[in-house]
Design a protein around this ligand. Structure first.
Ligand SMILES: [Zn+2]
Length: 226
C-alpha cells in the first residue's frame, strides 16, 4: 500500500538522486531524521512494491513507477505552496509546513483546479520547478551562492524551503528567486559572504548561502549584458 510514509521516502530518494548524491541508508536517514534501521525496513518494503531497487556502487534507485509517484507528490507540494501563497495570503516561510501535510490528501481534481487557478505555473514560491501532470520536470543545474566568485553579479534561482526562519531573514533582506546579488568579498575559511542586494550591503553566513541557489551557467542574455 502506498502510505504517506512511502510517499515521503520516494520524494526524499528522488531529491537525493537529483542532487547527484549517493543515495544510501545513511543519506536517507539523515535527511528524514530517522534511524538507519527504519530506513532499511522501508527500503525492503519499497523494493517489494517495485518502487525502488538497489544498485551496487550507486545506491537506491527509483523504478519508473517509484519516480512517477515521487513527482506526483512533489507536484502536489509545490502547487500547494504557490496556491497557499497566492490565493490564501500565506507568506513564503509558512507554506512549506502546510504543504508537507496537505500533499498526501488532495485529489487529482483539486490538483487540477489549483493548476488552472494559478495559470499552470512552472515554479513554486521558492523557485523550485513544478512537475507537469505528465511527470515532466525542468531540473536545472544549480550551484549554491557560496560558490559564487568575488566581483561577480549573480541571479538567485531557487532557495531551500525547509527552514522558515532563514526564509524570513532572506525576505527581510529582499532575497527571492530572480533577485540580483553582487558578490563584494568572500571571507577566508568559509567566512561570511559580503554581498550587495537591492542597494544595501550585508554579510551572509555559509550555512545561509548554502541554501541559496544560482545557475551553474549564466544564461545567454546575461552574458551579453555583462
Ligand atoms: Zn516545500
Amino acid at each position: 500500500m502506498i502510505t504517506q510514509a512511502v510517499q515521503d521516502y520516494l520524494k526524499i530518494i528522488y531529491k537525493l538522486g537529483r542532487d547527484g548524491k549517493r543515495v544510501n541508508t545513511n543519506a536517507i536517514a539523515a535527511r528524514m531524521n530517522v534511524s538507519q534501521a527504519s530506513v532499511t525496513g522501508m527500503l525492503k518494503k519499497l523494493s517489494e512494491l517495485k518502487l525502488s531497487s538497489y544498485k551496487r556502487y550507486y545506491g537506491v534507485e527509483l523504478t519508473d513507477s517509484g519516480k512517477k509517484i515521487a513527482l506526483e507528490i512533489i507536484r502536489h507540494h509545490r502547487l500547494l505552496e504557490l496556491y497557499l501563497a497566492e490565493a490564501l495570503g500565506y507568506s513564503w516561510d509558512q507554506v512549506h509546513e502546510e504543504a508537507e501535510k496537505l500533499e498526501h490528501h488532495i485529489s487529482e481534481e483539486f490538483e487540477e483546479r489549483m493548476a488552472e487557478f494559478l495559470g499552470h505555473p512552472e515554479f513554486d514560491p521558492h523557485g523550485a520547478p513544478i512537475p507537469t501532470k505528465n511527470g515532466d520536470i525542468l531540473e536545472r543545474e544549480l550551484l549554491s551562492l557560496t560558490t559564487a566568485e568575488t566581483g561577480s553579479s549573480v541571479r538567485v534561482i531557487q532557495v531551500s524551503d525547509g527552514d522558515a526562519e532563514k526564509l524570513r531573514y532572506l525576505a527581510a533582506l529582499g532575497i527571492f528567486p530572480g533577485t540580483e546579488v553582487e558578490i563584494i568579498q568572500k571571507g577566508p575559511f568559509g567566512g561570511p559572504l559580503q554581498i550587495r542586494v537591492a542597494g544595501s550591503e550585508c554579510h551572509l553566513a555559509e550555512n545561509l548561502t548554502d541554501q541559496i541557489f544560482i545557475a551553474a551557467q549564466p544564461p545567454d542574455d546575461q552574458k551579453e549584458v555583462n
